[in-house]
Design a protein around this ligand. Structure first.
Ligand SMILES: *Cc1c(COP(=O)(O)O)cnc(C)c1O
Length: 423
């Protein structure tokens, strides 16, 4: 038995499923988790000493690679001053100003501890600001695990949300309406029926939690347009895309201004951080200025801020990093397409910038129902093969592959060679 296997045997006794987040469980590829001991740059090592080229990067935060020296130093220095004070600190001001300086749609920002919290809070603010209760989300988009967002696709666009998890009361999801990604008509239908009651649309501007699904041309614009028409708030969930597709995230990449934005992942450089921000008149609804209550004992934690400030500052000072990363990623994903052609395989490769997915289906993937056509057992086989060849990709079909600035040309070539073997 490997050390990972024996750790997993112990883990399942004390932690549900042996993991603290379900996608780490490897259940969907019929395997058990590799327990990771350490990481550096684009590599990770498991408890058995196996080395991997890492294409998860902690699900996005590690855009500069693991153990970036400046980030590590900032964190270690911050630690020497104390881990948490529960009082106002200078790093919070620096972080907030940095985000507001970088992202034009953001006048004010509030720090939280996770993407889930950021989304949950942004929705509360949108409801408080508009005095309306209903929200629209898209089937297949993930916005964290708060009750109101764990919603199954309705059986038709006119049905109210049905909980997608036990423990979620129907009453909590009854104000969550679901529309189809890349289908503006499905949004219009909901607005025609409920327009004056809709507080907000929340969307992943590039869907990355049903595998990567890019927005069709005009889709995001149509959301902006209809929100303006009905006085609803447009929330971009940029927990993955923020500071990744471009310095100004997907909103900069596609040149669309949301009213509110949520961040996580990259913003904390690996520490547990989230944030939500946007227009001043909306953000001034948040307590203690306004009447929308939202709080957090550890929010804006000085060690977490040190990590986030350092990573965002590096990204801000190096706009060329995005050109470099996106060009490298274009080439990489195009080469996967070439492998498919060469091997006469009909599968789909979707990518935007440095996130992408390989779907085992013959039809283009543009929304949740087309993503669901992917042959998950083929993915499971492929993924296990990749892992055994030292390439660490998401242990589930409906996740993204994340490239970082630490991946070298050699790492990427080795990965392409391995993909050619494993497909
Ligand atoms: C990961 C993710 C979240 C949730 O963030 P957590 O930090 O895991 O709570 C929310 N929205 C999107 C788009 C995400 O990818």
């Amino acid at each position: 038995m490997t050390r990972s296997e024996s750790l997993f045997q112990e883990a399942v006794k004390y932690i549900p499923g042996g993991v603290n987040s379900p996608v780490r469980a490897f259940g969907s590829i019929g395997s058990t988790p590799r327990f990771i001991a350490k990481a550096d740059k684009a590599y990770m090592w498991d408890e058995d000493g196996n080395q991997y080229i890492d294409f998860i990067g902690s699900w996005g935060p590690m855009i500069l690679g693991h153990n970036h020296p400046a980030t590590m130093q900032a964190v270690l220095e911050a630690c020497t001053n104390g881990l948490s004070f529960g009082a106002a600190t200078e790093p919070e001001v620096i972080m907030a100003k940095l985000i507001c300086d970088i992202v034009p749609s953001i006048d004010m920002v509030r720090m939280v501890n996770s993407g889930t919290e950021a989304v949950m809070s942004a929705i509360r603010v949108a409801r408080g600001y508009t005095g309306r209760d209903k929200i629209i989300k898209f089937t297949g988009c993930y916005h964290g695990h708060s009750d109101g967002l764990l919603v199954k696709a309705g059986s038709g666009v006119m049905t109210a949300g049905v909980p997608d998890s036990s423990g979620v009361p129907v009453s909590v999801t009854s104000d969550t309406l679901t529309a189809e990604y890349n289908n503006p008509d499905s949004v219009r239908t909901l607005f025609e029926r409920y327009g004056e009651q809709i507080a907000a649309i929340i969307v992943e501007p590039v869907a990355a939690n049903m595998g990567v699904v890019p927005p069709a041309p005009g889709f995001l614009q149509s959301l902006r347009y209809i929100c303006d028409q009905y006085g609803s708030i447009l929330i971009f969930d940029e927990v993955i895309t923020g500071f990744r597709l471009s310095l100004t995230g997907a909103q900069g990449y596609y040149d669309i201004k949301p009213d509110l934005t949520t961040f996580g992942k990259i913003i904390g450089a690996g520490m547990p951080v989230g944030a939500y921000g946007g227009r001043r008149d909306i953000m001034e609804q948040v307590s203690p200025v306004g009447n929308v209550y939202q709080a957090g004992t550890l929010s804006g934690n000085p060690v977490a801020m040190a990590a986030g400030i350092t990573q965002l500052t590096i990204l801000k000072e190096h706009p060329e990093y995005y050109t470099q990363l996106n060009n490298t990623a274009d080439e990489f994903f195009n080469k996967i397409k070439e492998i498919l052609l060469r091997k006469d395989l009909p599968w789909q490769v979707n990518h935007v910038g440095s996130i992408g997915s390989l779907f085992f289906t013959e039809t283009p993937v543009t929304d949740y129902s087309s993503a669901k056509k992917s042959d998950v057992s083929a993915y499971a086989h492929y993924c296990n093969q990749m892992l055994s060849h030292g390439i660490y990709i998401a242990p589930a079909q409906f996740e993204a592959m994340f490239l970082s600035l630490a991946h070298t040309q050699e790492d990427l070539q080795q990965t392409l060679d391995t993909i050619a073997i494993c497909l």
